[in-house]
Design a protein around this ligand. Structure first.
Ligand SMILES: Cc1cc2nc3c(=O)[nH]c(=O)nc-3n(C[C@H](O)[C@H](O)[C@H](O)COP(=O)(O)OP(=O)(O)OC[C@H]3O[C@@H](n4cnc5c(N)ncnc54)[C@H](O)[C@@H]3O)c2cc1C
Length: 208
């Protein structure tokens, strides 16, 4: 709205703010049956973060785009068996240790932990299931926001392409981890405070 932001809430209330910090995490899309039930118990969204938990174990990775292949390669250095289920049509380029399964995931089953990936034409008995999806474009949240690989593009001050709009945490990209999110949140808050301070001083100068 020019030099301030207007935010619309679900209850149709609107708020005005000099600065906005986007910290909405990532949107993991429509879940598979059993995905939410086993999240953190054999189901994960970040192969590079959780790979050590699957040393010498069997893992299935559902990749939404070719860029997820790097995570599968990383996992193959740790796990005993890696099944890769591509949810895209592009050519696949993976090392020989990874078994590519061309099928459609339907559900995740297990008792206390996830134990099985059920697909349209078969099943995989595994110790872990990684679901690597593209996040929903954050540009839908704030029109005109520059994004990179479906994440908000930021500089080291957590400034986005829009003046007064900052972003931090998972929404700015991987690794999806607490410590990165908290650190970026700290930087974003300090940057937002500086921005308000500079804006107030500029307004004072103008009014003199
Ligand atoms: C099962 C699981 C286990 C994990 N384990 C670890 C771990 O062991 N170590 C580690 O470092 N990391 C772990 N992570 C990752 C860690 O949780 C995230 O990196 C971190 O929480 C990201 O923080 P964030 O503030 O960016 O986003 P989130 O914590 O995702 O918070 C975003 C918030 O914004 C809200 N929101 C979204 N859209 C809107 C909107 N339009 N308006 C208002 N609110 C909105 C969401 O509801 C949510 O409450 C784990 C994640 C999961 C799912």
């Amino acid at each position: 709205m020019g030099d301030y932001y207007s935010l619309q809430s679900k209850s149709n209330q609107s708020y005005e703010a000099d600065t906005v910090i986007l910290a909405t995490g990532v949107n993991f899309g429509r879940p598979y049956e059993g995905e939410e039930k086993f999240l953190g118990r054999g189901v994960s969204y970040c192969a590079t973060c959780d790979a050590p938990l699957y040393k010498n174990k069997k893992v299935a990775i559902i990749g939404s785009s070719p860029k997820e292949e790097a995570e599968a390669e990383f996992m193959s250095e740790v796990a005993s068996e890696v099944y890769y289920i591509p949810a895209y049509k592009e050519q696949i380029s993976l090392n020989d240790k990874i078994k590519v399964v061309n099928d459609t995931p339907v559900a995740i089953e297990g008792k206390i932990k996830a134990q099985k990936l059920v697909m349209k034409n078969g099943e995989l008995d595994v110790d872990g299931i990684f679901i690597l999806r593209e996040s929903v474009a954050p540009s839908q949240l704030v029109p005109g926001l520059v994004t990179e690989n479906n994440h908000v593009a930021v500089n080291r001050r957590m400034e986005t392409s829009l003046k007064g709009c900052f972003a931090c945490g998972d929404i700015t990209g991987t690794p999806y981890q607490y410590i990165k999110s908290a650190g970026e949140g700290n930087v974003a808050a300090l940057s937002a405070v500086s921005y308000i301070d500079e804006k107030r001083r500029a307004n004072k100068q103008q009014n003199k």
